[in-house]
Design a protein around this ligand. Structure first.
Ligand code: AMP
Ligand code: MG
Length: 330
């Protein structure tokens, strides 16, 4: 593959070109409000296999299908329940993905052989313009090499995938910075499979009985992506819960260790002066928005150890803690 083309989202001609590449079976990354997606035509199994190959993604990890309007749904899924419509009315377009029974129009490689398909309606206007122009379902995994932190800027997409994909629609960094919330509505109780941009509390305002998937307890939930290594920078990630722990963690370093800190709480000056890279966040939304970018910045600075401050497992903090825990898995 030749070098990856860069499309300017403010030029209609560029959106049309990106859509043409997608329609012809190419792979084009594009911004959404969560993270950048690596788009391919979800009805074209060869194109879908290209996306798996470009990312090095295990073939048992299904992809999310992106649509521009709920009126397209009947073509790609069926048995759309009242719960599904309630969620769509309240949260779509936006950072919510809904798992529904699939139709055969979606390539089987998209769903990794499952009888369900994950559907999302992104809110980002560039994503919407592209989806409207192509008028096909676009399967789009996060636009990063498999296992690496998701890409929240087009530069991060290039960092991982230059020469491996046909193009990237550029534009501003993603507004939310972590992935969508995935809810399976095909189960007896609607179940959150992955926390993300829509919080459990927000979901329960609409569907009070929404359950939270616990991988440890419930191995029957079929979201294969949850099994794989995820979100990991080259540096080792360690979750810390207080400034005292930072103190303890840094005492065990030898002085040459390059270390980074990301969190809301400020750390004592004496410790801060020993660190290579520090990012203080204003609140949890800012923290979520900074997480993947910070991981990548640390890798570029050859940081070896990243300390992430823990936050409460509520609201957006639940998605944030999920990402930090997975990033810190060895
Ligand atoms: P990513 O593309 O990296 O954002 O990951 C997509 C996530 O959606 C993974 O955790 C997948 O396991 C999940 N997913 C996609 N399709 C399905 C499906 N049909 N059923 C359950 N989970 C799904
Ligand atoms: Mg991903």
């Amino acid at each position: 593959m030749t070098r990856t083309a860069q499309y300017d989202p403010t030029r209609l001609q560029d959106i049309i070109e990106a859509a043409t590449v997608l329609r012809n079976g190419g792979c084009v990354a594009f911004p959404t409000e969560t993270v950048f997606g690596l788009g391919v035509d979800a009805t074209n199994s060869i194109a879908v296999q290209r996306a798996f190959a470009a990312k090095g993604r295990p073939s048992d990890n299904p992809l999310i299908v992106h649509l521009h309007t709920p009126s397209q749904m009947d073509l790609y899924c069926h048995s759309i329940s009242e719960v599904a419509y309630k969620l769509i009315d309240r949260f779509c377009p936006g950072p919510l993905t809904i798992v529904l029974p699939r139709r055969d129009s979606i390539a089987t490689s998209v769903t990794a052989g499952l009888e369900t398909v994950a559907i999302r309606f992104p809110k980002h206007e560039v994503a919407q313009a592209l989806l409207r122009e192509i008028n096909l379902p676009i399967a789009a995994p996060s636009a990063n090499l498999s296992g690496r932190p998701s890409a929240t800027t087009w530069q991060a997409v290039i960092e991982d995938l230059d020469g491996r994909i046909d193009g990237v629609v550029c534009g501003e960094p993603c507004e939310i910075g972590i992935e969508s919330t995935v809810v399976d509505v095909t189960r007896e109780l609607p179940t959150v499979l992955r926390c993300g941009g829509v919080t459990l509390e927000q979901l329960r305002e609409v569907i009070p009985e929404v359950a939270m998937h616990d991988q440890q307890i419930d191995s029957s939930v079929n979201s294969p992506g949850l099994r794989h290594r995820h979100y990991q920078p080259t540096a080792k990630v360690v979750l810390i819960n207080s400034a005292t722990e930072i103190d303890r963690a840094t005492k065990t370093f030898d002085n040459d260790l390059r270390c980074g800190y990301l969190g809301i709480e400020k750390i004592p000056g004496a410790i801060a002066s020993k660190l290579t890279h520090i990012c203080y966040c204003d609140n949890e939304a800012d923290y979520a928005n900074s997480l993947f970018r910070f991981f990548r910045e640390c890798d570029n600075l050859e940081v070896q150890l990243i300390l992430c401050q823990g936050v409460d497992d509520t609201g957006l903090g639940r998605a944030l803690m999920d990402r930090i825990r997975r990033a810190s898995c060895v």
